[in-house]
Design a binder for this molecule. Structure first.
Ligand code: COA
Length: 597
């Protein structure tokens, strides 16, 4: 079928829907719901058999949904309606939630039901549930709805609140007053629930030292305590710990309210160092935390305490597991340096295999664009950051004493999608989406990708992947050799599979042979072209990007980063997504050809 995806942004769910539908042989084009005209243009040029809206905040024009088969993916159970579905499900402590595919009609979320899936709720932030449970259920429901549409015989179920399985209802947009934390009354569990319901957007509005901030990234603390609820009692790696009536809560990120947005072209003229985007809490509060004690954590933390930790380590049966759960997978200079220290300590442990687990939502998304944007000199900070991440990748590439594995549960993009390749083996969860390209950010890229990527997929595919800024799924990734194995989509089963496979490597009679071969290959590769030469060549091009000049693309890095961090909506759907625009351009050029007599 010709399927048009209409989405508010090309977000993770839209990327996954794109990859899954294309893998089934459907012809896919995408239009962002930027304005009604763009939507109409997409429909007119592509003439779809079916329209699917994976993530939609805007209304679809009536002339589109009334004339075309149009399905909306709604993150709620049967009967649930409204713009804050997941927020309400978290605040209300629902045990089970779901995703429903509805026919678009005049009334929001009130159309006939084409498919629905449910899942068990987890205690986590809204964005995390969206990326894991919602995405999995949405893809399953979408694929069955597509089959039902294809059958031509399926009759969708009208929404009927009298039916016992229709348990949802219409709920309004959740207001800040409904999320507000009462530090004098709310227990830790309630505070976490409130912050989770608003994570990653819009955040919970709160007051610290007479200034309003949005709070993000809540983590329970089991040891620290304070007397005055709401007071900041400790800081660690950019996060702040605040006392509650029955314990304490870490808050990793803040965004200041009431900041006037500085346009890109005026940003060097501004002396106001407050930023209107999310940053580590300690960075936002700055010198006001000078008296707040640091609460350090072991670089190879192996404890079980409930606390804020970005890096931790586990060990079983000669296998080490290094977790690095950096917020949004973004890795700033100091995080990379800490990770390098932890990595070296993990390598020094008496194990045979070291598994790099990444984080719960993302394995890594490369350098930290928000921290770079907020720095005094973004070009210099970009340079420091890329060198720090390269140092981590180099340490993995040159680990000779054990086998290394990247176990990819969360997605990864740009530098993160290249960093996974530094390990000897790459195993990924079935639903992972990889974005192994830097083009949208106007970067040539580093992380030794010019060594690792062609080595795995060959030079032609390496060029194809890096030149076309499109995501790939695990099936394609495995077929081209980008990853070695696909693991299950259930978190606990995934961990078990990783453990089982890693232990099998460590116990194998061939272990020593593999280690010897690895060392020989590395030495041979080094003789052909030293890793330092790859890095120098990549960084030379990155220097050009950081200086604000273009290297082999049309995107300016500083402008692209500004737009990404400030969430500036594009003016139009990128040509690599809007296949219908390419078709249209081809048709136009056909029409412009002089007629042959
Ligand atoms: N630095 C800072 N923040 C980052 C980031 C980075 N490198 N990569 C992702 N994020 C943040 C996003 O701003 C977003 O923040 P929010 O949800 O708190 O508002 C969150 O991570 C999720 O990212 P999003 O873009 O919504 O996820 P996605 O699944 O739709 O897309 C990517 C994934 C990887 C395609 C996309 O995040 C991306 O392009 N990231 C930038 C990668 C990059 O260019 N890195 C620098 C070069 S190495």
């Amino acid at each position: 079928m010709r399927i048009l995806l209409i989405s508010s942004s090309y977000n993770g769910l839209c990327q996954r829907a794109h990859v899954e539908l294309e893998a089934l042989g459907h012809d896919i084009s995408i239009t962002l719901a930027l304005n009604p005209e763009d939507i109409r243009k997409g429909v007119t040029f592509f003439q779809p058999d079916l329209i699917i809206c994976p993530f939609l905040k805007e209304k679809i024009p009536e002339d589109v949904w009334s004339k075309h088969h149009c399905l909306i993916i709604h993150p709620g159970i049967k009967g649930d309606r409204g713009p804050s579905s997941l927020d309400w499900s978290i605040i209300n402590g629902e045990q089970e939630w779901g995703v429903t595919l509805l026919q678009a009609v005049e009334e929001m979320d009130a159309g006939d039901i084409w498919a629905t899936e449910t899942f068990k709720m987890r205690q986590a932030g809204k964005a995390s549930i969206y990326r894991r449970e919602v995405t999995k259920a949405a893809i399953k429901a979408m694929l069955s709805a597509v089959k039902r549409v294809e059958s031509g015989t399926y009759i969708p179920e009208p929404l009927n609140y009298d039916k016992p399985d229709v348990k949802g209802k219409l709920r309004p947009l959740m207001k800040q007053s409904e999320r507000k934390i009462d530090w004098e009354k709310d227990h830790v569990a309630t505070i976490i629930k409130k912050i989770n319901s608003a994570d990653s957007a819009p955040g919970v509005l709160d007051v610290i030292d007479n200034q309003e901030y949005y709070l993000y990234g809540a983590h329970e603390e089991s040891l620290l305590q304070g007397w005055q609820p709401g007071a900041i009692i400790a800081q660690r790696n950019g996060a702040i710990c605040r006392a509650a009536i029955d314990g304490a809560v870490w808050i990793s990120h803040l965004k200041r309210k009431n900041i006037v947005k500085i346009p890109f072209y005026k940003r060097f003229l501004s002396h106001d160092k407050q930023f209107d985007f999310k940053l580590p809490a300690a960075k936002v509060l700055g010198s006001s935390l000078s008296e707040t004690p640091e609460s350090p954590i072991d670089p190879l933390y192996m404890g079980n305490d409930k606390t804020f930790k970005e890096i931790w380590y586990e060990e079983h049966n000669q296998v080490g597991y290094l977790y690095f759960n950096f917020h949004n997978g973004a890795m700033c200079t100091t995080q990379c340096r800490r990770l390098l220290e932890s990595y070296r300590l993990a390598v020094a442990r008496p194990t045979k295999v070291l598994v790099l687990m990444g984080g719960s939502d993302f394995w890594s998304n490369g350098i930290h664009l928000n921290i770079i944007e907020a720095s005094e000199n973004p070009a210099n900070e970009s340079w420091r950051n890329i060198n720090a991440i390269d140092d981590v990748v180099l340490a993995i590439l040159t680990t000779e004493t054990k086998l290394t594995v990247s176990a990819v549960w969360g997605g990864c993009g740009a530098g993160g999608a290249m960093a996974i390749l530094a390990a000897d083996k790459v195993w990924a969860r079935e639903g992972v989406i990889f974005n192994p390209h830097y083009k949208t950010m106007g970067l040539y890229g580093s992380e030794y990708w010019t060594y690792s990527l062609p080595k795995r997929v060959g030079p032609v595919k390496a060029l194809e992947l890096t030149e076309t800024p499109l995501p790939i799924g695990t099936k394609k990734a495995k077929a081209i050799g980008y990853i070695d194995d696909i693991l299950t989509d259930e978190y606990d089963d995934f961990l078990q599979q990783v453990r089982h496979k890693a232990e099998a490597l460590a116990m194998s009679p061939q272990y020593q042979y593999w280690l010897d071969e690895k060392q020989k290959t590395r030495q041979k590769d080094e003789r052909v072209k030293p890793l330092a030469a790859y890095r120098a060549a990549e960084l030379q091009k990155m220097k050009i990007n950081f200086s604000g000049k273009f290297y082999g693309g049309e995107v300016n890095y500083h402008e692209a980063r500004y737009n990404f961090v400030h969430k500036v909506r594009p003016k139009e759907t990128a040509a690599y997504l809007a296949k219908h625009m390419r078709l249209d351009a081809a048709k136009l050029s056909e029409l412009r050809q002089p007629l042959a007599y």
